[in-house]
Design a protein around this ligand. Structure first.
Ligand SMILES: *[C@@H]1O[C@H](CO)[C@@H](O)[C@H](O)[C@H]1NC(C)=O
Ligand SMILES: *[C@@H]1O[C@H](CO)[C@@H](O)[C@H](O)[C@H]1NC(C)=O
Length: 492
């Protein structure tokens, strides 16, 4: 009997807090040893990977992914289900996804939505997974179920300040935050002012401006900036941690940075579309720009990208997620082209399903940019998501005897270069917004709980549907409410 199941030798191991020439031994799906290079020479294993000096990191954790969601508003349905979405994830080096379990306005129960989402995911996943509940009906039943969600291993919720079908009023947001504080739940907030967006859409329609590029115009930065500041104010009032999802505007990030300096538990997320796309990507001939319609939209250009990169570097952003929200492009029934009618042959921007695919390209895009320190890269693409959402140090770390053996192993620096093509990807979407982009890196191997599930040059996808497990999550290990006392209205 070999001593270990897997050895990963000659890697440059990078975690959020350490970089070094270490060899790794894996046993029973867990990290068993992380020791100086060469120390495992005398040991036997069922399988050995020679990393040849390439980087070895904890598997990616992507905490913002939409899969198999029932259409909640308008036309359009997510192109990826749990099978194709989690398959795409592991081929891009991501071993854990946190997807969404959405509640519609006419559904009073969150626990029922959790059950329905479990049924869609069960036995279908290639990666490990958990869910954030989307709360769009914050009635008494939903609020009373927060404790039940915690018992079921769910420690985060998402709410919306925009989209008629999902939007909560400020008083409902306070109801959610108040109970979230009691139950130690992290609330994710889509911070855009729905009224500003709807009003601007009407102004564009009055002028008969319908092209995809007007999606950007209809989501002005002020809508994001105002809602971000309001979300921070509500969280400050209740004294409860929040995460502002998919921040696109450096001015919104400035509000978050100010809140953090004041010691508030305000966290933030950004996504590759705010680092690599601009409004020009929506201004292409015909309907092509629809591929990059997402909300908030990509902003002006270089300066915005620079502000977001700086926010990642200086810690304003906690996580870099994909916001994988996949819609087919060339499809009139459920895809982007549902917005094309006889009246609007190039579509109408307000009816284009919002979202871009990106679960498989997130890590390679961000790493190939050569912008972040390597430990910072691991922190924002893996470790911090595990910490914030109660998965650490099982995920996001390489602690012997404790962490799952989830690894992303990269090519040795400079060995390869890739031209990104949609046909390389494993999602169920007919395009990538990054077609033709040169990438300096792609995961050579992905390991999930000790199993090699992706080996780019040795068969590609090796993982099996159904191997992915549901992860019960605990409380966040990042700073929470400042006061341990019960919230008391008389304090104000
Ligand atoms: C890095 O973090 C891990 C997990 O908390 C810890 O076990 C390890 O000692 C840390 N390493 C350093 C160099 O601080
Ligand atoms: C950090 O980044 C944020 C977001 O871009 C920015 O507002 C802030 O000024 C930066 N702080 C420092 C000290 O650079």
């Amino acid at each position: 009997m070999p001593e270990y199941d897997l050895l990963v030798l000659n890697g440059l191991v990078v975690t959020d807090n350490e970089t070094g020439e270490f060899d790794i031994a894996v046993k029973d799906g867990k990290i068993a040893e992380v020791v100086p290079r060469g120390s495992l020479k005398a040991h036997t294993a069922s399988k050995t990977i020679d990393a040849e000096g390439g980087m070895v990191m904890p598997g990616g954790v992507d905490a913002h992914v939409h899969l198999d969601e029932p259409p909640l508003f308008g036309k359009g349905a997510t192109a990826d289900n749990y099978e194709t979405g989690t398959r795409s994830a592991i081929c891009g080096g991501t071993t854990t996804l946190i997807t969404f379990a959405p509640q519609a306005k006419n559904q009073p129960s969150l626990l029922a939505c959790l059950e329905a989402t479990h049924a869609r995911a069960r036995d279908n996943c290639y990666s490990d997974y958990s869910f954030h509940l989307i709360c769009s009906n914050a009635g008494p039943q939903a609020i009373s179920e927060f404790a039940g969600l915690r018992a079921a291993g769910i420690s985060s919720l998402k709410i919306y300040m925009t989209y008629e079908a999902l939007q909560l009023k400020d008083s409902e947001i306070l109801d959610v935050l108040f109970e979230a504080r009691k139950q130690q739940i992290v609330t994710m907030i889509h911070a855009e002012n729905g009224a500003i967006i709807d009003w601007t859409i009407k102004k564009l329609e009055e002028k008969k401006l319908f092209a995809p590029k007007y999606h950007v115009t209809s989501h002005p930065p002020v809508a994001e900036i105002e809602a971000t500041y309001r979300a921070i104010s509500l969280s400050d009032f209740i004294d409860v941690p929040i995460l502002i999802v998919h921040v696109s505007s450096p001015s919104a990030a400035q509000h978050i940075n100010d809140a953090q300096r004041r010691g508030l538990p305000v966290y933030a997320e950004t996504c590759p579309q705010y680092l690599f796309l601009t409004r020009k990507d929506l201004d292409k001939p015909g309907f092509e720009g629809a591929k990059c319609v997402c909300s908030p939209p990509p902003r002006e250009g270089e300066q915005d990208h620079e502000g977001i990169w700086q926010g990642i570097e200086n810690g304003t952003f906690t996580v870099l997620s994909s916001d994988h929200c996949p819609f087919l492009f060339d499809n009139h029934e459920i895809g982007k082209k549902t917005s094309i009618t006889a009246e609007h042959p190039n579509g109408h921007f307000r009816y284009i399903p919002n979202g871009c695919p990106g679960v498989e390209t997130r890590l390679s895009l961000a790493l190939s940019a050569h912008r972040l320190q390597l430990q910072k890269f691991v922190e924002v693409t893996s470790t911090n998501a595990a910490k914030l959402y109660g998965l650490y140090p099982k995920k996001g770390a390489l602690v012997p005897g404790v962490s799952d053996a989830d690894l992303t192993i990269w090519y040795p620096e400079g060995m390869k270069e890739f031209t990104l093509k949609n046909e390389m990807l494993h999602h169920n979407v007919d395009y990538t917004p990054y077609e033709g982009k040169t990438l300096k890196q792609w995961p050579r191997y992905t390991v999930l709980r000790g199993e090699v599930v992706w080996a780019k040059d040795e068969g590609g996808l090796l993982g099996k549907k159904g191997y992915g497990q549901f992860l019960k999550r605990g409380v966040s290990s990042l700073a929470g409410s400042r006061s341990k006392e019960e919230w008391n209205v008389e304090d104000f």
